[in-house]
Design a binder for this molecule. Structure first.
Ligand code: ATP
Length: 145
């Protein structure tokens, strides 16, 4: 019986709630150690995710793309759970918002680099680097469709 399983049950969850749920053929996630492809009957596993593109192959052989931020993926009994700080389907990404976030992060990093941080502002290099990465990732995912 175990040998005729040919799909994964995928759930993608962010702090805002469910982002995607359904039966799929394959999942590719951006793990910290590189892209991780998950097929049915994958060994149980937990891995850490980094900001990147997630791809989902549907049972009709179509690929769906999502932008994900940091989080975890858990695989167990053909169930794949992705818990991410943020996750958006490519079709739901707001491009002007990502462009504005990218510009903002770039400006703040420039201010830090040039020592021109206004007195009433506090800029954290690590935070802005992550914001820049998230924005670039969203724009890259939209571009690929
Ligand atoms: P922003 O500065 O525009 O909020 P951010 O990178 O700081 O960008 P996050 O903290 O990663 O945003 O996400 C906060 C929430 O907003 C999450 O639910 C995320 O899915 C959503 N979100 C952020 N940017 C976009 C976008 N460009 N399109 C759609 N949803 C977005």
């Amino acid at each position: 019986m175990a040998d005729d399983r040919h799909f994964l049950r995928l759930e993608v969850v962010s702090p805002d709630g469910p982002v995607f749920a359904g039966d799929v053929a394959m999942v590719v996630v951006p793990a910290t150690r590189g892209e991780l492809g998950i097929l049915p009957r994958h060994a149980p596993m937990v891995a850490q995710l980094t900001i990147g593109e997630m791809r989902v192959k549907t049972l009709d052989d179509l690929w769906i793309r999502l932008a994900v931020s940091e989080g975890f993926v858990k695989v167990q009994f053909d169930k794949v759970i992705v818990l991410a700080d943020a996750a958006e389907m490519a079709s739901e990404i707001d491009v002007p918002r990502a462009e504005a976030a990218l510009e903002r992060a770039k400006e703040r990093l420039d201010m830090l680099r040039n020592g021109r941080v206004p007195e009433d502002e506090e800029i954290d290099h690590y935070r802005e680097t992550l914001a820049l990465k998230r924005a670039k990732n969203r724009l890259a995912v939209v571009k690929k469709g």
